[in-house]
Design a protein around this ligand. Structure first.
Ligand SMILES: Nc1nc2c(ncn2[C@@H]2O[C@H](COP(=O)(O)OP(=O)(O)OP(=O)(O)O)[C@@H](O)[C@H]2O)c(=O)[nH]1
Ligand SMILES: [Mg+2]
Ligand SMILES: [Zn+2]
Length: 356
C-alpha cells in the first residue's frame, strides 16, 4: 500500500480500493460516516470534517445509488470557503448493501457501502421470522458482504424457544454464523465482541426495536446512540433515524441503521405485488388513487374483504408484508424532524469522533 494510505487502513482502506480507483497524487481520500442529502460527515487520518457534494457532482449524477452513502470512500477537497469540504468523486464500492427501488426503476437505494459483515438482527421475542431472515440473507449476499445472524433479547424467552429457533435456522440450510445475546443479562455479548476485527466494517440491520442501538452502545461502553427506552410502546416509530459509522475502541467499524421499515428488502415490493395480484386488482376500483386500503371511504379492497370475496387472512398478510418491505414511507413530519435532528447529530458525532 502506498504510504499516504497507511493511516487510512484503520478506517477500512486496503489495496483493493487503491487498485480499483485511479487516484491522482493530489487526491485526498476520506470515508463517509454519515449523510443527509448533500451534507456529509467525513473521516480521514486526521479526524472528521463536514463536507458537501460538489455542484458538478450532483449535476452529473442523478441515481440515488450514485450518491455517497455511509461507508463510502470519496475524494474530497478539505479546504473550502465556508467551512465545508467538497466531495467531487465517489470511489468504487467493494460491497454494497442496497435494496431495489420500487417499480421498474433501475435505481437502487443504498443502505451502506464497503461493509465486510452484515449482522442481521432479530429478537427471539416476537420478532423471529425465518422468511424475513432469508430475504435479508439474499440482500446481503447480493451485495457481496458476509452475513451473520444475531438473535437478541434471549432474556425474554425460555431456553427451549431459543433452541428451536436456532434449529429452524439450521434446518433451512443457513450456513452463516448464528449468535445469540441479551443486552440485559449481557450473556453472549462477549462472543459477538470476540468476532469483531479491527478495520473491518460491520453493519447492523433488522426491524425497529430489536436492540441494535442498545447493543452498539454496549460495545462502545456508553450511551452514545439514542435507544427506545419505553418498551412495548412506540409501535411503528424508529428510534434510530440515520445510518451512522462508529469506531469501537478495539478498532472495529460499526454502522447502526434504523429499523427495516424504512428500507424494506431487495425487490420485495415487486414480489408482494405479484403474490397479491387479486388485491391489486380490487385496488384499481378504490375511490382514491392513493388508497391505503385501511379504512378510506370507497375502498374496494375492504369491501371485498367484508363481503367475503377476499380472505381476511390474505388481506392481513398483504399489509404485514408491505409494512415490512418499507412500503410505508416516512411521513413528511418525520422527514422534517429528521432534517432538524441532523444538525444536532453532526455536532455530537463530531465531538465523539474527535475524541477518537
Ligand atoms: N429485554 C430486553 N430488552 C432489550 C434488549 N435489547 C434491547 N432491548 C430494549 O428494546 C428496546 C429497543 O431497543 P433499541 O436498541 O432502541 O432498538 P433498535 O433496534 O435500535 O431500534 P430502531 O433504532 O428503531 O431500529 C429498548 O427499550 C431496549 O432497552 C435485550 O436484549 N433484552
Ligand atoms: Mg436504533
Ligand atoms: Zn382501497
Amino acid at each position: 500500500m502506498e504510504n499516504r494510505y497507511i493511516d487510512l487502513a484503520r478506517l477500512g482502506w486496503n489495496e483493493w480500493f487503491e487498485e480499483r480507483n485511479n487516484l491522482e497524487p493530489a487526491d485526498t481520500v476520506a470515508r463517509v460516516a454519515a449523510v443527509d442529502r448533500d451534507l456529509l460527515l467525513l473521516m480521514d487520518q486526521s479526524g472528521t470534517f463536514r463536507a458537501k457534494l460538489a455542484g458538478s457532482y450532483l449535476y452529473r449524477h442523478h441515481l440515488s445509488q450514485e450518491l455517497p452513502c455511509v461507508g463510502d470512500w470519496v475524494c474530497a477537497d478539505k479546504q473550502s470557503t465556508d467551512d465545508f469540504g467538497l466531495v467531487h468523486k465517489l470511489l468504487e464500492r467493494r460491497t454494497a448493501l442496497r435494496r431495489k427501488s420500487a417499480g421498474d426503476s433501475p435505481d437502487y437505494q443504498m443502505i451502506a457501502a464497503n461493509v465486510d459483515y452484515v449482522i442481521i438482527v432479530q429478537s427471539c421475542h416476537y420478532d423471529f421470522n425465518l422468511k424475513r431472515l432469508e430475504r435479508y440473507l439474499v440482500m446481503v449476499r447480493d451485495g457481496g458482504a458476509d452475513p451473520c445472524v444475531l438473535l437478541t433479547k434471549t432474556d425474554l424467552v425460555a431456553p427451549d424457544v431459543l433452541a428451536s429457533q436456532q434449529a429452524e435456522i439450521r434446518a433451512a440450510g443457513v450456513t452463516a454464523p448464528v449468535l445469540t445475546l441479551s443486552n440485559v443479562t449481557q450473556e453472549g455479548i462477549d462472543d459477538l465482541e470476540g468476532m469483531l476485527l479491527p478495520a473491518k466494517t460491520y453493519c447492523f440491520v433488522g426491524s425497529s426495536g430489536v436492540g441494535k442501538s442498545t447493543l452498539i452502545n454496549q460495545l462502545i461502553g456508553r450511551e452514545m446512540l439514542q435507544t427506545n427506552g419505553v418498551s412495548g410502546t412506540g409501535e411503528g416509530k424508529h428510534t434510530t433515524v440515520r445510518r451512522e459509522l462508529i469506531i469501537l475502541e478495539g478498532g472495529a467499524l460499526v454502522i447502526d441503521t434504523p429499523g427495516m421499515r424504512e428500507f424494506g428488502i431487495l425487490g420485495a415490493e415487486r414480489g408482494i405485488d405479484s403474490s397479491f395480484s387479486d388485491i391489486i386488482g380490487f385496488a384499481s376500483d378504490c375511490r382514491y388513487r392513493n388508497c391505503s386500503h385501511t379504512g378510506e371511504p370507497g375502498c374496494a379492497v375492504l369491501e371485498a374483504v367484508n363481503s367475503g370475496v377476499l380472505r381476511q387472512e390474505h388481506y392481513d398478510n398483504y399489509h404485514k408484508l408491505r409494512e415490512e418491505s418499507g412500503f410505508y414511507q416516512m411521513s413528511d413530519v418525520e422527514k422534517r424532524k429528521k432534517d432538524r435532528d441532523f444538525g444536532k447529530f453532526i455536532k455530537s458525532a463530531k465531538k465523539d469522533l474527535e475524541k477518537w
